[in-house]
Design a protein around this ligand. Sequence first.
Ligand code: NAP
Ligand code: G4F
Length: 347
Amino acid sequence: MRKVALITGITGQDGSYLSELLLERDYEVHGVVRRASVFTTERIDHLYQDRHEPEVRFHLHYGDLLEPTSLRRIIGEVQPDEVYNLAAQSHVRTSFEQPVYTAQVVAIGTLHLLEAVCDYQRSSGRQVRFYQASSSEMYGKVLEIPQNELTPFYPRSPYACAKVQAYWQTINYREAYGLFACNGILFNHESPRRGETFVTRKITRAATRIKLGLQDTLYLGNLDARRDWGFAGDYVEAMWLMLQQPEPADFLIATGRCHSVRDFLTTAFRCLDLNWRDYVKFDARYLRPTEVDLLQGDASKAREVLGWEPKVMMPELCRMMIDADMSLAQRERTLVDAGHAVLVPSA
Ligand code: NAP
Ligand code: G4F
């Protein structure tokens, strides 16, 4: 029997890579999409199938983590074997501007989904496996280096506090109702599909635009922050592996290496034979009221139990993002040379 997966956050970075992975493994994939006034499906457009095709394995449904009835309706229709909860207001800086909304989507939204999944399990008698997108941000003001699954949390943003609640709700549904539920505690993972307001993509986008004369300055905040950056394509494989195990458990996913924002800047600009110091200016708007200074994960458990290992490390990841953004910048350059105005991204 073909497995059926439901993904919330399917239009996001991870949702797009996970969809590709599951389709390659012969799943039927369903995704929850929020209605917006513009199309938000750019990252998954290449997976779209006309519903009149003979064998359609990729489906989208309108819904929202904030509307429990939509989640129940979709789960009832789709009858999933696996549910991946990737939806979130995932920007840490923004969570200080919108703390209540962030908590509603990240914490209460997860609770809505857990309730809907459990009720479906009870009424249908079918088992559903549940993945929760937990985050290394939960470690916050880190109490040990490197962090592992037993390191205590010390969240430092409304986003991280909400993720801690969702993490414990997931464990509680496992223990209280026997739900096959796993937390993936994923460290920062990036790609050419990363949102343009996260620091790595902001840097690769700006560096390539600077190289082609489309931009002259890049404004950034704290360059001393250190992160354990991996490749999103590697990390979605770990999500899938967690749900294939005989028993549910929580796993930390990281490369084990950490670099500062300054290191990433140096690597990115060096790919283009540029010196970032000639272009980068400080803007206090990008500082956070409370910062996470350092994240570095120990993914030994994932290596031993799941057989998972990262394949792409920061320098190759940075090169991959620079190459993709150079193609984008070249298209912009062509438009500008033809007399068209292009929008300057301001992250
Ligand atoms: P992302 O690119 O920001 O995608 C977030 C997704 O959530 C988008 O599809 C977004 O839809 C959707 N969404 C937001 N609010 C929603 C709502 N109320 N109802 C339904 N969908 C909603 O994030 P990502 O980088 O792919 O990350 C995926 C998950 O992993 C997130 O939960 C994030 O917090 C977590 N995480 C990410 C990282 C990382 O480094 N990337 C690390 C650890 C954990 P729209 O397209 O309509 O906005
Ligand atoms: O790229 P960032 O915005 O990612 P952050 O805050 O680490 O969060 C990401 O990773 C988490 C996993 O640990 C996810 F849970 C979360 O959803 C998200 O995907 O910022 C990285 C660092 C921060 O220390 C920030 O202060 O870069 C620093 N930074 C410096 N200048 C900047 C900027 N960050 C952004 N976004 N923009 C800047 O101009």
